[in-house]
Ligand binder design. Structure first.
Ligand SMILES: [Ca+2]
Ligand SMILES: [Ca+2]
Length: 614
């Protein structure tokens, strides 16, 4: 019934935007809106030849046109509406008149889905996947008319055919694996000539790339994920668009994007924003320079751009019911605007999760962007979470550096010891790798032992872990070969794949062992409050040995990471008495072995032990 109603509305809207007197409204963004939003203001971007010459009236109870805003381009008209709390769902009749010419547009107003945002916190583990590379659930959409780039699985940078249907088909697998949330790389239309598979060159903010499926399929994906207890995080990019975006053929205004006399690249030096000694020219180039030749840089200091982007994210949340946003390149757009955006989203949807991609080496630089951080320059990001890159980099060297060196597990201790910089370090998203980095397994020398040490750490220390797809079967990926190699097809996702993670067919012993290990740890972690929210206490590292405890009033877990290649180590209760007082025995989570006497026991070289104490 609901689908029929949506279909009928679509027909009515299509009829409404049919040309009248040679005139046409080509687009209205957002394409629909919702009743019951906290802010009554809505700004429509209306696009059509000569549309700026029209006056606009709304004929609908509780809705009025407040003002019209025009730019130097006569093909754009911005209509500021006020949608009062009394307005009910239906189609708002908008009448456009210019002299004797008139147009009508029926604008759908839906009921805002009720319910508070579920939010994402330390009880979750995010599974990051790239839609084009995960599972091809619908081979019929691999090639779609109107989309420039054709599928080519032989190219690492080509389109491989993965899609939203593939994710829907894999929900049971993900639930069984033990992750609790999916962060998918961007799925919005990227109608670019080449390398469009990664999704970071948006060409339409309101349309799923048809090679992934329809908007409705995304909505179904979110709804079915929720039915299985999984949450969904959408990747968004406000810094730039793709050169194939429809705006680029007819820019709303000259200051819609940052323009230069010749191609000008950002200096990628995000630290200039909070560096008290930074030269203004460096800071401006950081913000205004283009991320790449095919990625025009939006000017978010233009209030029309700000409103367009903000409403876009609110629309996707209300439309699909998603649980979180991962915002790409967070420091690259105008920071004041981004701060207002994060506040608006979390004011409208209390508890909604946003993680900003904030890529820095140092915890001090990271903390600048953290929620409630009091910065001396007054900046407040309003971001619920940041990506903990310093901890990620520390994991790369921690388990491979010679024991006793400052790059060993000492790095983990050192990075975490700087948590006083963050008002709430438990909010940080923590990870071993992601789609932009050499995979952890490759980075650390393809050792299953090191892999287990890394996962044991990331799934038991403080924060919200994120696991990159394929990690569970030790997929490899080397950045120096090119980004496409970090994003290879997930085995079993394509018809005819010999190796199949979903059925277990043709997995190597190493892959099976990694999968079992990951599944066991993830599923154990699921209901361990002590890991989700517990306190952390760690002890100074010694010759490659790192010991820490997660504890609360009810439970205590001891984690021992012995990164030493050759030495087994004896753990004595006396040394950790501050944390072991009152406990006599334990249970090791990975092996299932009981530890009957905590007074003294041994840990083998290159091994992790996670011990529930009692
Ligand atoms: Ca497909
Ligand atoms: Ca920028």
């Amino acid at each position: 019934m609901k689908n029929t109603r949506i279909y009928l509305i679509a027909i009515l809207v299509a009829l409404a935007i049919a040309p009248v007197n040679g005139q046409e409204i080509e687009r209205v963004d957002p394409p629909s809106w919702f009743t019951g939003m906290k802010e009554s203001a809505l700004q429509l971007m209306v696009y059509g030849k000569g549309i700026a010459s029209y006056d606009v009236k709304a004929d609908y109870p509780g809705v009025r046109v407040v003002t019209l805003v025009k730019t130097e381009n006569p093909n754009y008209l911005f209509v500021n509406l006020d949608i009062s709390r009394e307005a009910l769902p239906g189609n708002i009749k908008l009448s456009f008149t210019s002299g004797k010419k008139s147009l009508t547009h029926l604008y759908p107003l839906y009921e805002r889905p009720s319910g508070k945002a579920r939010g994402i916190n330390g009880s979750d583990v995010l599974y990051l996947l790239m839609p084009d590379r995960f599972v091809n659930g619908d081979p019929s959409n691999d090639s779609v008319e109107g989309m420039t780039e054709q599928p080519d699985r032989s190219k690492p940078g080509g389109r491989h055919g993965g899609d939203l249907k593939g994710i829907i088909n894999s929900l049971d697998y993900l639930k069984g694996l033990g992750v609790t949330a999916i962060w998918l790389n961007p799925f919005l239309e990227n109608n670019q000539q080449r390398s469009s598979y990664h999704g970071y060159s948006t060409t339409d903010f309101y349309r799923s790339d048809p090679r992934y499926g329809t908007n409705e399929e995304f909505r179904q994906m979110v709804s079915q994920a929720h039915d299985k207890g999984l949450k969904v995080v959408m990747d968004m990019i406000f810094n730039h668009i793709g050169s194939g975006h429809w705006w680029m053929k007819d820019l709303p205004s000259a200051d819609w994007i940052h323009q230069f006399s010749e191609f000008t690249r950002t200096n990628y030096k995000a630290s200039t924003y909070m560096d008290p000694y930074a030269a203004r020219c460096d800071m401006e180039l950081m913000e205004k320079g283009w991320f790449d030749r095919t990625m025009p840089d939006l000017d978010q200091s233009n209030p029309l751009v700000e409103t367009y982007l903000t409403q876009n994210s609110l629309w996707w949340i209300a439309y699909s019911g998603l649980d979180g946003i991962r915002m790409d390149t967070y420091p690259y757009p105008e920071p004041a605007m981004m701060s207002r955006w994060a506040k608006r989203v979390t004011d409208e949807f209390p508890g909604f999760f946003i993680v900003g991609e904030v890529w820095f080496e140092e915890p001090s630089q990271m903390a600048y962007w953290a929620l409630n951080k009091k910065n001396s320059d007054g900046y407040r990001s309003n971001l619920p979470s940041v990506t903990d890159f310093p901890l990620c980099f520390a994991t790369h060297t921690a388990f491979t550096a010679p024991s006793g060196s400052n790059d060993g597990v000492e790095r983990l201790y050192s990075v975490l010891s700087q948590d006083f910089l963050y008002p709430e370090p438990l909010r940080n998203v923590i990870f071993l790798d992601n789609h932009d980095m050499t995979r952890f397994f490759t980075e650390t020398g393809k050792s299953l032992d090191v892999y287990k040490l890394g996962l044991s750490f990331i799934l038991t220390t403080r924060g919200i872990p994120q696991v990159y797809y394929g990690t569970e079967i030790v997929m490899e990926g080397d950045k120096s070969k090119g980004d496409g190699f970090l994003r290879e097809d997930f085995p079993g996702g394509w018809q005819g794949d010999e190796k199949n993670v979903f059925t277990g067919a043709n997995l190597t012993d190493e892959e099976k062992e990694a999968l079992d290990f990951t599944m066991k740890l993830l599923n154990w972690r699921k209901d361990k409050d002590v890991i989700h929210t517990g306190n952390l206490k760690h002890y100074i590292t010694n010759d490659g040995l790192y010991v820490y405890f997660r504890f609360n009033k009810k439970e205590s877990v001891m984690v021992i990471l012995n990164s030493n290649d050759t030495k087994s180590r004896t753990i004595t209760k006396e040394k950790y008495i501050e944390s072991l007082k009152g406990f006599t025995k334990g249970h090791e989570v990975i092996t299932g072995k009981a530890i009957d006497d905590l007074t003294s026991f041994t840990i083998e070289p290159k091994t992790a032990m996670i011990i529930e104490l009692n």
